[in-house]
Design a protein. Structure first.
Length: 377
């Protein structure tokens, strides 16, 4: 009888990298011969009425309007991503509470649960962090508990003493633990008294052709050329850096993000400018780009997967350790920049030795898949 595996990861919405890491992990575990389902564990839903009250409250406190997205609007904005998730990921019904989570696991008799990947162990990004340390399964000794490339996201320990004690007790119940960053190996050793393995982000378990097989290249948007920019946290400093590189290279810039992500009125009138483009078009952008500029970890990963020359603008707010770990291991640390002074002709025009990098990734992929195979037996 085929074993049933559950994957517990962060909510999948409109995060290109987040969805693709979930897709890749599920695909690889299915290829290992298991029946797999990704758990649709979401933040507690806020009603539209409460959102309207929050607009009024914000106006009173700050004398400014901050308009939330309502449920119907979110469904439209996320429609392309929802389609991809529905078509490519075996997703459970939505679970909003730890009670729902516990009941669902009891009813479905999973043989194992894999926590990962992405920043599942970062408080700010995961709904109810204890769930991602599997506290709802403490009385279930039948299910195998595994972490694959779990990430804290930051180098600093984020838990106070009592919570550290609780987490230490919870991870002691895991059968196998691997983390995504070298710094996370140190965190596990120093704060949780355990030796975690270091494994690849799930997206790197697949090759470029695996992603291109998701769609017909001819059936998407017209071919784009030039510099592809994927910037999560836009600001003037990054704009100036991008403009400087564009000028130096004499190449045009193209993006694959909505034009607007902040509402300027209570209700959206022009949905087109808010809709997130398809994941397929995002992948296609890396395939077609002459050069990539990104402040995203997964933007960096896909630049590497598609063997593109790239520059990663360090994103301290979202966690720089992810960039340090990956690029350091691949001898690509020189591709990280902090400000416009780090950009020069040598960096822009230098050739990346992708032959040796691809060989290194093959080696790391085999090691990571070996861990995954052993941990699920």
């Amino acid at each position: 009888m085929t074993k049933k595996i559950a994957i517990l990861t962060q909510p999948l919405h409109v995060n290109f990298g987040g969805t693709l890491q979930a897709f890749a992990l599920q695909k690889k575990i299915v290829e290992l011969g298991y029946e797999v389902q990704t758990i649709n564990y979401q933040w507690k839903k806020i009603s539209d009425l409460k959102k309207i009250f929050s607009v009024a409250k914000h106006k009173i406190l700050s004398n400014k309007f901050a308009y939330p997205f309502f449920d119907k609007e979110l469904r439209v904005l996320r429609s392309e991503h929802t389609r991809f998730i529905t078509s490519n990921i075996n997703y459970s019904p939505i679970l909003y509470s730890v009670k729902d989570l516990k009941k669902y696991f009891e009813e479905n008799n999973f043989d194992a649960v894999v926590v990962g990947s992405d920043q599942v162990w970062r408080v700010a990004y995961s709904p109810r962090i204890e769930s991602f340390f599997l506290d709802f399964l403490t009385d279930n000794n039948k299910i195998r508990k595994v972490a694959y490339s779990a990430s804290f996201g930051i180098e600093e320990w984020q838990f106070e003493e009592q919570k550290t004690y609780q987490i230490k007790a919870l991870v002691s119940g895991f059968n196998a633990i691997s983390v995504r960053e070298e710094s996370a190996v140190d965190i596990c050793r120093n704060y949780l008294d355990l030796e975690a393995e270091h494994t690849l982000d799930p997206t790197l378990l697949l090759e470029a052709q695996d992603y291109l097989r998701l769609f017909d290249l001819e059936g998407l948007s017209e071919k784009r050329e030039g510099i592809f920019t994927y910037v999560l946290d836009k600001d003037l400093k990054k704009k100036n850096m991008i403009d400087a590189i564009s000028k130096k290279m004499n190449k045009k810039i193209f993006m694959n993000q909505p034009k607007n992500n902040i509402k300027n009125s209570l209700f959206i009138k022009d949905f087109e400018s808010y809709i997130y483009p398809s994941i397929e078009n995002w992948i296609k952008a890396f395939h077609e780009a002459d050069f990539v500029i990104t402040d995203s970890f997964h933007g960096t990963v896909f630049s590497i997967i598609f063997n593109k020359p790239f520059i990663s603008i360090v994103n301290q707010e979202r966690g720089a350790s992810r960039f340090d770990s990956l690029l350091g291991e691949l001898n690509l640390s020189d591709r990280m920049v902090n400000n416009i002074n780090d950009i020069n002709d040598e960096l822009i025009n230098s050739r990346i030795d992708y032959e040796s990098i691809n060989n290194k990734i093959i080696e790391l992929r085999e090691k990571s898949l070996g861990y995954l195979k052993r941990s699920l037996i």
